[in-house]
Design a protein around this ligand. Structure first.
Ligand code: PLP
Length: 409
């Protein structure tokens, strides 16, 4: 577990650049965090004493249990989220797994939004129940359902902006209900990033990220983070040490470097995505566009009060179902077909055969993923070039498309 670096002033841009510097004495005082590429550390009297006294929580003595470079990047994320503490992981799913398993003990119950990233849904729908915890799913925007289900629950779990339909969670209300019933409020804020909202300021106890996405930002690493209060994060860290999904120091250093430009990147992602959402909305062949700051988004009022920006994802549906969606993706020349998001390059994927392939067609349509749905992760390129690419692909894919593209990836 890493503690927030209290020497950092509160502005997000300052925290992104200066937060979480690893101690590099007695080496030269470099501008960057050193990569402590060591699996183990020489033990001395102080280390043995800490191991005996605390189990070794204050000392670095074996890298699965803690590493200075990894802890430095976790401290930077803690600073960005305004959290007292954070723990880094090898992936977003490792962070989510350790977090939900800690928040609800065996025999406990989690209330989760049904609109979730596919793998997180599978974790909660299938894996977590096998471990003796039960999970109740509610529609994310149905506050009555949260109110009904939260009494007696151990944890609430939701995404700030749901993947892929971009519904906006009513963070203050859900956090308030969880608090009223003594449940730990957990939010996956991967899609929003701490630049667009800091969920702990709205009452959430824990915020998790797939740092693979915006925090990493360059499609070159896998990582996850959870941030929150020291006691809660310490409990998650204790489980994480046993689960073993630890981040490696080289990746931590890459993530640390990426975070320095997070605020700059997010500003461009926000601007580009809003412009593209508005442009798509004006196209005859586009049946639906979901972007939190569009006037006709069901949660636009909430988005305007909660979010500093709408983030970089635009989900849309062109006429012609999945076959047209596949043809449209094939016709793009700049935007790349790939199933991730949050990088500097624009990526597009069809949730039905990628991020939400684990769901049945009925489960997908219940959360709004209708045939033809595409998830566009808008990068930081020149927005005019992206719009040209989309315009050309819409035209090129316009003729009726035939054939079964069910296996299309
Ligand atoms: N949370 C969200 C919202 C995601 O979109 C993803 C991956 O796409 C994850 C968590 C899982 O993160 P990772 O792939 O880093 O394990």
């Amino acid at each position: 577990m890493a503690r927030q670096d209290n020497t950092v002033r509160p502005g997000s841009s300052t925290a992104a650049v200066h937060g979480g510097r690893a101690p590099d004495r007695p080496w030269p005082r470099g501008m960057t965090t050193p990569v402590f590429q060591s699996s183990t550390y020489e033990l001395d009297g102080a280390a043995y004493e800490d191991i005996a006294r605390t189990g070794g929580t204050e000392t670095w003595w074996y890298s699965r249990l803690g590493n200075p470079t990894v802890d430095a990047v976790a401290a930077k994320v803690a600073a960005l989220e305004g959290a007292p503490a954070a723990q880094a992981f090898a992936s977003g799913m490792a962070a989510i797994t350790a977090t939900v398993m800690t928040a609800a003990p065996p025999g406990g119950r989690i209330v989760a939004a049904r609109e979730l990233y596919g793998e997180a849904f599978t974790l909660l729908d299938q894996v977590v129940p096998e471990s003796g915890r039960s999970v109740t799913f509610v529609a994310m925007s149905d506050l009555e359902a949260w109110r009904r289900e939260l009494p007696g629950a151990d944890a609430a779990y939701v995404e700030t902006l749901s993947n892929p339909m971009l519904r906006v969670a009513d963070l203050p209300t859900i956090a308030g209900l969880a608090r009223d019933h003594g449940a730990t409020a957990i939010v996956d804020s991967t899609f929003a990033s701490p630049v667009n909202v800091r969920p702990l300021e709205h009452g959430f106890d824990l915020v998790v990220h797939s740092a693979t996405k915006y925090l990493g930002g360059h499609s070159d690493l896998m990582a996850g983070v959870v941030a929150g209060s020291e006691p809660l994060v310490a409990r998650i860290t204790a489980i994480a040490k046993t689960f073993g999904g630890c981040l490696d120091p080289l990746t931590a250093a890459t993530l640390d470097r990426s975070l320095k430009t997070l605020v700059l990147r997010m500003e461009r992602h926000n601007d580009n995505a809003l412009a593209i959402a508005r442009w798509l909305r004006a196209q005859d062949q586009v049946e639906a566009v979901s972007y939190p700051l569009l006037d006709d988004h069901p949660d636009v009022a909430l988005a305007r009060t909660l979010l500093a920006g709408g983030s970089g994802i635009v989900t849309f549906r062109a006429e012609g179902g999945d076959a047209r969606a596949g043809a449209l993706m094939d016709a793009l020349s700049l935007i790349v077909q790939a199933t991730s998001l949050g990088g500097v390059e624009s990526l597009v994927s069809a949730p039905y055969n990628t991020s939400h392939r684990q769901l049945s067609a009925d489960q997908r349509s219940a959360i709004g993923i209708l045939p033809g749905t595409l998830r566009l992760s808008v990068g930081v390129e020149d927005v005019a070039d992206l719009i040209d690419d989309l315009g050309a692909a819409l035209t090129a894919s316009a003729p009726a498309v035939s054939g079964d593209r069910a296996g299309y990836r």
